[in-house]
Design a protein around this ligand. Structure first.
Ligand code: ADP
Length: 217
């Protein structure tokens, strides 16, 4: 299976699509945001360093992220393909990742760019709720993404929370950070000939169908 990198602004639907693709194809799912939130919850040194940056909508330093990725992609669930959801987010991360792939003799795979306008992404971020235990993503105002029981995770019964960085103010900062530091990756991967573009639709199933097409091409 081709490895997948999602390239998209915050709240474009990377996490939701990753969950759906993981279920369909058995991909390993690597979300750097989830990995960081776990570290914050554990109160580790890395978590302490990341917490204030994440709350401010800033990126966590490249070296810390690369450490997380190095440990994660060698886990057995990644042997038959994995999805990178939230990494690389800077040119330095992309270059270091290329070196790591060479070292491990692994393929880059396909980079899927999700096109979404800022208003739609902002709306999604502000109505997103997540399970702090399993990471599953819900949306308060979407019929297809609402939990069965209000405020409770369908899978583990945990109380759902709004992420600290899903406020309007932090979203704006995260979006600016994305435009400045992540958007250059579009050209970086386009030049390599591995970039595919899909659209974020109102329904996650329509977006999923487009993703399947580019993966199976
Ligand atoms: P979203 O799903 O809204 O795109 P994520 O959960 O992927 O957000 O990321 C949340 C936050 O974690 C980011 O705003 C950033 O502070 C930090 N983060 C996640 N991945 C990276 C990365 N690759 N490089 C730097 N910071 C990161």
């Amino acid at each position: 299976m081709k490895n997948i990198i999602f390239l998209a602004p915050p709240a474009a639907g990377k996490g939701t699509l990753s969950e759906m693709l993981q279920e369909k194809y058995g991909y390993g799912h690597i979300s750097t945001g989830d990995l960081l939130r776990e570290e914050v919850k554990k109160g580790s040194l890395l978590g302490k360093e990341a917490e204030s940056l994440m709350k401010a909508g800033k990126f966590v330093p490249d070296e810390l992220i690369l450490k997380l990725i190095k440990n994660r992609i060698v886990k057995p669930d990644c042997n038959n393909g994995y999805i990178l959801d939230g990494f690389p987010r800077t040119i330095v991360q992309a270059e270091k990742y290329d070196e790591l792939l060479k070292e491990l003799n692994k393929d880059l795979g396909v980079v899927i760019y999700i096109e979404i306008d800022k208003e739609m992404a902002m709306r999604r971020a502000c109505s997103r709720i997540t399970c702090p235990k399993c990471g599953r993503i819900y949306n308060k105002y979407s019929n297809e993404m609402k939990p069965k029981k209000e405020g409770i995770c369908d899978d583990c019964g945990e109380k759902l929370i709004q992420r600290a960085d899903d406020s309007e103010e932090t979203f704006n900062k995260r979006f600016d950070e994305y435009i400045e530091k992540t958007m250059p990756l579009y050209d970086y991967y386009k030049k390599k000939g591995v970039l595919k573009t899909i659209k974020a639709y109102e329904s996650k199933y329509d977006t999923f169908d487009e993703a399947i097409k580019v993966i199976e091409e």
